[in-house]
Each structure stands twice: as structure tokens, then as C-alpha cells.
Write a new protein. Structure first.
Length: 377
């Protein structure tokens, strides 16, 4: 009976260990935050209850002030220097041998602590021993050597990183023009991807040994680039403004007359202002829409409805190649979108429903199934 309990207990312990998440290495800002937390998270320990009455001799306000000033130091090296400044290394003046020299643990030095209160030494930790050893051996406070390992055999050379940066920067991207805010994100053509760019880099630099994952890491961490231009459902006004600006810019480069160049530049500034006003109007509309959506989801007395014409739908939607050579019926969908519940309603009038039913006799068997499944009301 006991063996069964032990085996079940061991199995549960193994399962709990497997479910525990591994400690992940932190990078970037999170790493700096964790270092700062470790630096400023020192707390007052429990009462030692010794005969010297340390916690009674040191007032609570003094303990809080000392700990606050210690946690306010900017680095571990500064904290080590402060603690070492309170320690004095002394020579052994007198030895009282109570054991043989072969067995006795003879100390080579003594330590004096500069304290304003007479306290016990019950809470000596490994930290204090490290400081004492550093003062005895070198005479200075120890330096924090974490993160200073220079032995990185797989680390990129500076010229390799520079080559990757220059290669990625050589691709001319396009900025988004549908937002008022100045975004630094660039968009490359949709026929490109990271793998194709890596192959181009290897062809240009055959002597450099760079893996795809390394190239991808540099691309994702040092650049804000996406693939694909917004070529569908674009704003006609924005497209018109951009085409006019590009045309005028080419005219400025071709023109040799100074007065004509100034006229072109004046028109460019005027169109740019119109484009900015157009974007700001759109931004005001979308901000009002977001506010109405948020209010309708939190209040029972308000509702937000958005009316919009949807994409024209081909009826019936068949993948047969004969469809490409024949005319099709398009249904113009008027979408009523309820923002509070995220539901959409596409009403079909009785007249439109009758027209769809009349087309049933001209369609094949596959299309007839579509008409049979149409709502009756």
C-alpha cells in the first residue's frame, strides 16, 4: 500500500515538473527591467531576537532610510563600493590556540565594520564573505562581471552585420499613405520575402557564412518592414493626390525654367495640404466610430450602426472556367453592421429576390442549388 502511494506521488511530482515553465532568457528592455528589479528589491529581514536586541537598538525609521538609500544606488558596483567602504581589514594581533595547528582553521586577517549601532553578526551572508575576500586580496571593491563574457565564437563580425544592414537598406520601400501619423514602417513589393532576399545576399556575398535564421533575426529586430502594397480597396482620393504629386515632381525635374519649377512646387504644396486635410477628416470619422462602438458596448441606452456598400458579389460563385467567358449577375450588397454585437445584416428586397428566382431557369444544376437556398423573406 505504501509503495503504491509512493509511486503515485512520484508520478505526480514528475508531471508537475513537466508542467513548470522553463526560465526563458530575457532580451532588450525586459532584461534591463529585471536587472533594475534585482538591484532595488532588497528588503528588511526578520527579527533576529538576539541578546543584543538589534531591532530595538536600530529605530525603524533608520532601517527604512538605510534600505531606501541602498536601493537607490544605480548599479551593483556602486553598492559593493558602499559596503566595502564600511569594512576595514586588520591584522591578527593575538592568537589563542585552542586546537592543534594542523586541525585549527587559522584566519589570516580580521575585519572591522563601521556601524553607528552595536548589532550582532548573525546575518552574515555569502555577499559579505565575497566583499571581505576582495578587500583582503586586492584592496578594492569587487566589480560585477556578469554579461562581460567576450568568448562568443558564433558572434557576428562587425563587417558581416554591416553587410546585412546595407543589403536590406538597398531595397527601396514605400510608406503607407492612409494614416495622418508619420509611420516609419516600410512596405516592400508582395513578390518579395525574407528567403528571396537572403538568396540575393548570398549571391552578392558568397564568401560570408551567414545562415538564414541569422539574416531573418537581423531583419526582424533592426528593421520595421512588411511585404505587400495595399493595392485593393484603396482610397480613390489618396490615389489621385499621389498620382498628381508624382507627375508634378517629374515635371520639376524635367523643366529648365525657374519660374515654371516654382509654379510646379507651389502646386505640389497645395495638393499636399489637400491630401493632409482629407486624411484628417478620415481620422476624425474613424475616431468617432471607435468611440461610438466603445460606448454601445458599455451602455444599454446607446447603439451604433454603420451602413456601407459591400463588395459586389458574383451570382452564382462558380469556379468553372466557362464563367470567365460569360457574363454574370452581380449582387450589390448593402451592409448594415451593428457595432455593439459585430453582426452584419444584408437585406434583399422582394424585387431583387424575384429577379434572382427568374434567373434560375437559365442556370445549370450547380447554380440552381444556390437559388434554392436563398432565404424566403
Amino acid at each position: 500500500m505504501n509503495t503504491e502511494n509512493n509511486s503515485s506521488g512520484n508520478e505526480s511530482e514528475v508531471v508537475s515538473r513537466q508542467n513548470e515553465s522553463k526560465k526563458r532568457k530575457k532580451y532588450g528592455r525586459m532584461r534591463d527591467v529585471m536587472k533594475k528589479i534585482r538591484l532595488q528589491s532588497h528588503e528588511v529581514g526578520a527579527n533576529c531576537n538576539c541578546r543584543k536586541q538589534c531591532f530595538q537598538n536600530v529605530p525603524e525609521e533608520a532601517r527604512k532610510t538605510i534600505l531606501k538609500n541602498f536601493n537607490a544606488m544605480t548599479s551593483i558596483n556602486e553598492q559593493n563600493s558602499y559596503l566595502c567602504g564600511l569594512i576595514t581589514v586588520l591584522l591578527i594581533r593575538r592568537r589563542r590556540p585552542r586546537k592543534d595547528e594542523d586541525v585549527a582553521n587559522l584566519r589570516s586577517s580580521a575585519y572591522s565594520y563601521r556601524t553607528s549601532f552595536y548589532v550582532c553578526s548573525w546575518n552574515k551572508e555569502k555577499k559579505l564573505e565575497i566583499l571581505q575576500k576582495s578587500l583582503k586580496m586586492t584592496g578594492v571593491a569587487p566589480k560585477d562581471k556578469r554579461g562581460e563574457n567576450k568568448n562568443h565564437p558564433r558572434k557576428f563580425d562587425a563587417h558581416v552585420l554591416a553587410a546585412i544592414d546595407e543589403h536590406i537598406k538597398s531595397f527601396k520601400g514605400r510608406k503607407i499613405h492612409y494614416s495622418v501619423t508619420d509611420s516609419r514602417k516600410l512596405y516592400l513589393p508582395e513578390d518579395l520575402n525574407i528567403k528571396k532576399m537572403f538568396k540575393m545576399f548570398c549571391e552578392l556575398n558568397p564568401s560570408m557564412k551567414v545562415s538564414y535564421e541569422s539574416y531573418r533575426t537581423v531583419f526582424n529586430t533592426k528593421f520595421n518592414i512588411a511585404f505587400g502594397y495595399p493595392t485593393t480597396d484603396t482610397c480613390s482620393s489618396c490615389d489621385e493626390f499621389l498620382i498628381k504629386i508624382k507627375s508634378l515632381q517629374s515635371d520639376v525635374l524635367k523643366s529648365m525654367d525657374i519660374a515654371q519649377k516654382e509654379r510646379f512646387q507651389k502646386e505640389i504644396r497645395h495638393i499636399t495640404i489637400q491630401n493632409d486635410v482629407h486624411k484628417r477628416k478620415a481620422e476624425v470619422f474613424y475616431s468617432r466610430k471607435r468611440a461610438a462602438k466603445k460606448r454601445s458596448r458599455t451602455s444599454v441606452t446607446h447603439e451604433a450602426i454603420c451602413l456601407d456598400f459591400g463588395q459586389n458579389l458574383s451570382v452564382p460563385n462558380i469556379t468553372t472556367n466557362d464563367v470567365y467567358y460569360k457574363s454574370q449577375l452581380n449582387v450589390y450588397a448593402f451592409n448594415i453592421h451593428i457595432l455593439s454585437t459585430a453582426k452584419s445584416l444584408i437585406p434583399i428586397t422582394a424585387k431583387k429576390f424575384k429577379h434572382l428566382q427568374d434567373l434560375k431557369r437559365f442556370c445549370g444544376d450547380e447554380a440552381k442549388q444556390f437559388f434554392d437556398n436563398l432565404p424566403k423573406n
